[in-house]
Design a protein around this ligand. Structure first.
Ligand code: ATR
Length: 279
């Protein structure tokens, strides 16, 4: 039986992971298949049970399962524990181990693709969900100086701030109004959108959490939304003459980190990037 890897999510049709992961496996001559598994919340427990079969190697985990898989697996890495979300499951000595590479994937995208070094920088983050927690965790690990956190629901921002602040980095939750943002956005080195605003097929595809009048041309913008590639948020950075990074880079690097750990290999990043570009 061929060993398998895959991705679970619902809906999963749009997932680009199988394409760029299979390209990596084929390029390296690794005889394994990377599949796409449509798994509804009701079927999650059964699917995770099937991961205990011998042919299973690893799986990517995407929405809406990133938190719900936690009680169904055996162990968590430190990052998955701190972030409270899993985006990869590996089989390790017959145990299912949950990891979070969204965090390291984001930082590698920033540093390797865009040459933005978070150390000693001030970051403004929009959103307080699982993606936000992974990004904040990564920024803190990379030596960021200060994090400002803005979310529509202030209480959620407050909770994330309390849970993820460290002795060195205090996260400051702020309310999600134009007046409040005006005090912080123009002075931030990087502004990151982790909300679903601007996402095609999402709740608000035409919206952006910030407009160009509050963006300095020296601030770097990053949107984790990658469909469309140029989101309303990114367009505001273009208008300000500021540099920016697009979310496909985080998708790529979380996958690079995951496949490297799952198979103990060096991922062919250029091959994976090319496969993504061709989509
Ligand atoms: P993920 O795990 O991908 O981060 P999530 O936990 O559902 O997804 O979080 C989505 C984020 O997008 C939240 O910060 C949410 O804000 P609320 O906490 O106030 O719900 C934000 N979001 C979604 N729709 C929004 C909208 N129309 N305006 C502002 N923020 C929105």
């Amino acid at each position: 039986m061929t060993d398998i890897l895959g991705v679970i999510g619902h809906p999963i049709n749009h997932s680009m992971s199988p394409v760029f992961q299979q390209a990596a496996l084929d390029h390296l001559g690794i005889n394994k298949i990377f599949e796409k598994w449509e798994v509804t919340p009701e079927n999650l427990e059964g699917k995770i049970k099937s991961f205990r079969n011998n042919s299973f190697i690893a799986s990517c985990v995407t929405l809406p399962h990133k938190q719900n898989v936690i009680p169904l697996i055996d162990d968590l890495t430190d990052s998955a524990k701190s972030i409270g979300a899993v985006n990869w499951i590996y089989k390790n000595n017959n145990k299912l181990v949950g990891d979070n590479t969204d965090s390291t994937g984001f930082i590698r995208a920033l540093t390797e693709k865009y040459n933005f070094i978070p150390e000693d920088k001030t970051a403004l983050v929009f959103g307080a969900g699982g993606a936000s927690r992974a990004i904040i965790f990564g920024l803190i690990k990379s030596g960021v100086k200060k994090i400002i956190l803005s979310n529509r629901n202030f209480d959620k921002a407050d909770i994330v701030s309390k849970e993820l602040s460290t002795n060195k980095v205090k996260i400051e939750p702020i309310i999600y109004t134009r007046d409040s943002l005006a005090n912080y956005a123009p002075y931030s080195d990087i502004i990151i959108n982790t909300t679903s605003l601007g996402m095609a097929g999402g709740p608000a595809p035409m919206k952006t959490p910030i407009t160009s009048d509050l963006i300095s041309s020296t601030t770097f913008g990053y949107d984790i939304v990658y469909s469309p590639l140029i989101t309303p948020f990114i367009k505001e950075f273009e208008k300000s003459g500021a540099e920016y990074g697009t979310g496909l880079s985080m998708l790529l690097y979380q996958g690079v980190e995951g496949i490297e750990k799952a198979l103990n290999i060096k991922a062919p990043i250029n091959v994976m990037q090319k496969a993504l570009d061709a989509l």
